[in-house]
Design a protein around this ligand. Structure first.
Ligand code: FE
Length: 206
């Protein structure tokens, strides 16, 4: 969102990254070092351009293109980079594919490592101590709180992110989507489905 420089009443709602950008902007503008319009472009990148719609594109391509899915399984960092998406140096991506038997869930127990290059900024709950500890101790209970009740026979695999390795869940492709284009499929892929606290939307729900 391009923000209005005279309107500061939303400041308390800014996420930490945007708040830091705003603070830097003020200092640098006052010193005459930057053009506020250039800073707006950076803020807009974090708020609108880098977000779950990027990960959704990756998932939709994996659903539509078996060769890409295979590449994503073997080397997610390279497969994702081939779509023009890249993270910071030193971060590697791993795609974890849900199957009929196994559901994957991502957490960072230590802090808040998150695949920001494909999902944007993490939701507040992802960084909360209860999620970080309970996702490991009681993943089924955590998923139930997200209204995701999986069959008892479904194995839940929890992946603990680090600064070096970030996980992206590839949810199961919903039934009744054979005729959909990649762009239509991407609309079914929610942020939570790519963290594992949700699943992809049914076509009629999107
Ligand atoms: Fe972390």
């Amino acid at each position: 969102m391009a923000h209005d420089h005279d309107d500061h009443h939303h400041d308390n709602e800014l996420d930490p990254m945007a708040a830091r950008v705003r603070a830097l902007e003020t200092i640098l503008t006052q010193k005459g070092l930057v053009d506020p319009a250039a800073i707006d472009a950076i803020v807009e990148t974090y708020e609108t351009k880098v977000g779950p719609h990027i990960g959704a594109k990756v998932v939709a391509k994996a659903w539509s293109d078996p060769q890409f899915a295979d590449w994503l399984k073997r080397d997610a960092t390279a497969a994702i980079a081939s779509l023009g998406i890249s993270g910071r140096q030193g971060e590697h991506m791993q795609a974890v594919f849900n199957t009929a038997d196994t559901h994957n869930l991502v957490v960072c127990t230590l802090c808040s490592c998150y695949p920001w290059s494909v999902l944007g900024l993490p939701p507040v709950w992802y960084k909360s101590p209860p999620y970080r500890s309970r996702a490991v101790i009681d993943p089924r209970g955590v998923l139930a709180e997200f209204d995701l009740v999986l069959p008892e026979t479904t194995n839940i695999r929890v992946w603990d992110s680090t600064a070096e390795l970030r996980y992206l869940v590839i949810p199961l492709r919903p039934d009744g989507t054979d005729a959909l284009s990649e762009a239509q499929l991407a609309k079914l892929v929610t942020r939570d489905a790519m963290i594992g606290t949700g699943i992809a939307l049914a076509p009629e729900a999107a």
